[in-house]
Design a protein around this ligand. Structure first.
Ligand SMILES: CC(C)(COP(=O)(O)OP(=O)(O)OC[C@H]1O[C@@H](n2cnc3c(N)ncnc32)[C@H](O)[C@@H]1OP(=O)(O)O)[C@@H](O)C(=O)NCCC(=O)NCCS
Length: 229
């Protein structure tokens, strides 16, 4: 199907220039090395394959979070959202988690979602920290607006940082936003933001070669706690 580029110019929202997120490597509690890097738009179809099985797991709100993440990534892929980005975590090339968000304007960031596909290793916590690092240290923003959809998310972000409650509505339409300010970020950074740069070239090359997706049954088992770490 031919794309009408004249119409696309109207349908495609404005994009702010965004400095790329420099990749890093995090050694997890079990010794595995997770590469955290910015996904490219062309990688979205592969990432969606890893998100899809989570849509059918009600436990810990995986269903709603992954359904929304799926839609948001598709919107980015199809140029229907303003200034979105996605960071992914990979172990040996395999997708183990994803975070996304966007720029509301040059100073205010809008956090979307965090999804940990492997569990018990604080993968979600590390990826959320990477997303805050991106907004604060590389996009130089003043604040990020955040809501939680799950009790685990509330514990990890609102309580662990801790974030500041506001009366500002969030674009996801849930409870009012909580806010990460620069001061909160830099106070939390020594406790929560980890990782080493540069990523050794072999690890980075493996991650960038292809986003590999763990077998669907294994994803379900890991998330539901039927399989050990
Ligand atoms: C919220 C989330 C990103 C946090 O990821 P995380 O930091 O890697 O944390 P985990 O999910 O592995 O673990 C959370 C807790 O549940 C426990 N847990 C639950 N199911 C587990 C399982 N199958 N295997 C191991 N641990 C499990 C962990 O031990 C951990 O306990 P702790 O808080 O005392 O450390 C992740 O739980 C997730 O993707 N949830 C669904 C989507 C969601 O809620 N996103 C956030 C929206 S605000």
């Amino acid at each position: 199907m031919a794309i009408d580029m004249e119409l696309e110019e109207v349908l495609r929202p404005q994009q702010y220039p965004m400095m790329p997120y420099p990749p890093k490597v995090i050694t997890l509690a079990n010794g595995n090395k997770m590469v955290v890097r910015q996904a490219q738009r062309e990688e979205v179809p592969a990432i969606l394959q890893g998100v899809l099985p989570c849509l059918f797991i009600p436990r810990d709100y995986y269903d709603i979070v992954s359904a929304r993440l799926y839609g948001e990534l598709l919107a980015w892929y199809r140029y229907r959202v303003k200034s979105e980005y996605c960071l992914i975590g990979q172990i040996d090339g395999y997708l183990v988690g994803a975070v996304n968000g966007r720029l509301e304007n040059e100073k205010v960031g809008m956090s979307y979602h965090t999804l940990a596909i492997d569990r018990g290793l604080r993968i979600g916590s590390h990826l959320f920290a990477a997303k805050m690092e991106y907004h604060m240290e590389y996009l130089n923003q003043d604040e990020v607006l955040i809501v939680a959809e799950s009790p685990i998310g509330f514990r990890r972000w609102m309580i662990e940082y801790p974030l500041e409650a506001t009366k500002i509505p969030h674009e996801l339409g849930g409870g009012d936003s909580y806010r990460l300010t620069r001061e909160i970020y830099f106070n939390a950074k020594p406790r929560l933001v980890v990782g080493d740069r540069p990523v050794p070239p072999d690890l980075l090359a493996k991650a960038e070669e292809e986003v590999l997706i763990v077998d669907e049954d294994i994803i379900r088992e890991k998330i539901s706690g039927l399989k050990g770490r």
